[in-house]
Write a protein that binds this ligand. Sequence first.
Ligand code: S3P
Length: 432
Amino acid sequence: MSLNKKSLIKGTYFPPGDKSISHRILILAGQAIGKSEISNLLQGEDVINTLKAMKLLGVQIKKKKDKYIIFGIPPGSLFEPRKVIDFGNSGTGIRLISGLISSNNIKVKLVGDASLSNRPMKRVTEHLTKMGSKIELKKNLFPPIKIKGNGNAVPLSFNIKIPSAQIKSAIMLAALNTNGKVKIKEFKTTRDHTENMLYAMGYNIKVRENSLYRFIEMKNDKELKSIKYNVPGDPSSAAFFISAACLKPGSKLVVKNILFNGTRIGFIKTLKNMGGNISVINKRKIHNELVADIIIEQKNNLCSTIIKSDDIPLQIDEIPILSVVASFANGLTIFKGLKELTVKESNRLELIHQNLKRIGVKSVIKKYDLHIYGNRDLKNGAAIIKHNNDHRILMSFFISNMICKKNNIIKDKSCVKTSYPTFFKHISLFTN
Ligand code: S3P
């Protein structure tokens, strides 16, 4: 596990399976009639917690070599679990499965770790209760979530005011067991994997977009068909290696089989705007998702950029690593409108700011905008990184060793298992 100011990133790299897709395929294949077969499922703890949750809710899932075989049960027929369901660190898991449960006639308690127990849930449950379920939250805001689902959930129209794929997907999963049309209006910048997967599985879903909004209509007059699904590589995990390669002229990295959905690759556009030499080849569509290979062949130093608030949802999980990149790019980089970053696995806005200061980079938070004063000087480093067990903060500031005179100190690296258990193994494979 070596990474320091002299490191270059080189090789041919297959990122681990996409986290968002892994959660969704476990849930939707669990509601499909017949046998589904999933390969390249992410082995991160968040996804494994969703897998365990689906088993507790009555779905049969078996591992056969490196594939998962799922025998689904139809919407509305979930079992009442024998115990509470623990989602660990996963906001996606707890929110999506709250939606799924809320239209089943069962009682369930959903819990999480210390971080998840302080993340806002009302943004999801306020929609779900309108359909008829009864939901209790700690302090009316946070997990544990106690749900008494309604097997006769009312089909309604929803207008989602926060750009969040998790809110939308929770409603969509509740809609799987409603008798009628469910309509959703939301910001079109959120990731659309639930829509793409439902469509691939033969569900009756219509999606329309204008310049700002997406309009979704779901009608459950067709059952979900089982599917063979190979989960493409996660761009949010690959972002650490792609960014690291852009930071260092002389790096050459080929990234294979990466999910290239437009709602997920805002960071690639940002890196290109900063002078990242990234080319895209072999674009192909698999189950309505765009997948590609990319080549990073960095020749020049990076420069600063401005990221507009409308573009933040397209790169929401990559802001921590982009902030490290901005520190080593000449000039002032501004990320606008980072409010959502304050309610992720940690208050990421605050932790980015504090850690940049610790390694020797000037940054300022102005309301929810982040200003980073970048330059090509090596930073002092030798700092104790404060990560509060947030996987993406830890990995981002591990990469920051590449721009520091002395390596930083990171205590307890175990939280990488949340989304990227093989992160350190990959670091040793793709650095010289
Ligand atoms: C996710 C959506 C995003 C993202 C998270 C995964 C998903 O959250 O930050 O890591 O799989 O739907 P929001 O949609 O709440 O912004």
